[in-house]
Design a protein around this ligand. Structure first.
Ligand SMILES: [Mg+2]
Length: 231
């Protein structure tokens, strides 16, 4: 490794950036509900899905016991068999749908060849995020996964970016955050002194105006395959 490049770090968001996660949680939740209803949860599938969505909204998506609460709410008590069915189905369907974008691996190889060290900054649970990287067999590209679980603050809070830079011994001026969401990924990173690249993003015209007006160091490209035109 070239010594001068040691402080160059590319940080990645996972979902929607490295991984194609379009609709995947919803599909997995609906499959889980389907099996729970077929095995005795006394609601129709749409109703049950509605109740589950309310629980997820109230408890947050990283809460580990959505299906337990669902059986409590519907039956008045927890039903361990239905909870197990729901959890296993959800997990298996989600993992079956997990896939990188077509250009993800080539881009990771390219960035390593350019002397960047790689890490992940993610709002979520540390082991779950590593699990995604391991299942896709891209874990060996990454030195660290920094999560909101570990730091206690979610992106766009500056602290999670500061902790990530410190852990990776990254120089913010030579480091980059690549993500798919304007506020958590791009704004969070520039507030911490890094530049940002947005891929597959949902940036609005207003966001684009704001980036221009404030002269923010945020570049918007189509997808992860375009990163090699910038870095
Ligand atoms: Mg994302």
């Amino acid at each position: 490794m070239i010594k001068n490049d040691d402080d160059k770090v590319v940080f990645f968001d996972i979902d929607g950036t490295l991984l194609d996660t379009s609709d995947f949680a919803e599909t997995a939740r609906k499959a889980a509900i389907g099996l729970m209803v077929d095995n005795g949860l006394p609601l129709d599938k749409d109703e049950a899905y509605g109740v589950l969505k309310t629980i997820i909204r109230e408890k947050g998506s990283n809460y580990g016991k959505h299906f337990n609460v669902l059986t409590q709410v519907v039956l008045g008590h927890e039903d361990p068999m239905l909870v197990a069915l729901g959890m296993i189905t959800y997990h298996n369907v989600k993992m079956a749908l997990l896939r990188p974008f077509p250009e993800t691996i080539d881009t990771l190889i390219y960035l390593k060849s350019q002397g960047y060290r790689l890490a992940v900054i993610s709002n979520g649970l540390t082991i779950k995020q590593w699990e995604k990287l391991v299942r896709l067999n891209v874990h060996s590209f990454f030195d660290e996964v920094i999560t909101s679980e570990e730091v206690g603050k979610e992106k766009p809070n500056k602290l999670i970016f500061d902790v990530a830079l410190r852990k990776m011994k990254g120089n913010p001026e030579r480091s980059v955050m690549i993500g798919n969401k304007f506020k958590p990924d791009a704004l969070g990173a520039v507030n911490a002194g890094m530049r940002a690249i947005l891929v597959n993003s949902d940036v609005t015209e207003e966001d684009r105006e704001y980036i221009k007006r404030e002269k923010l160091d945020i570049t918007i490209v189509e997808d992860i395959g375009d990163v090699n035109t910038i870095l």
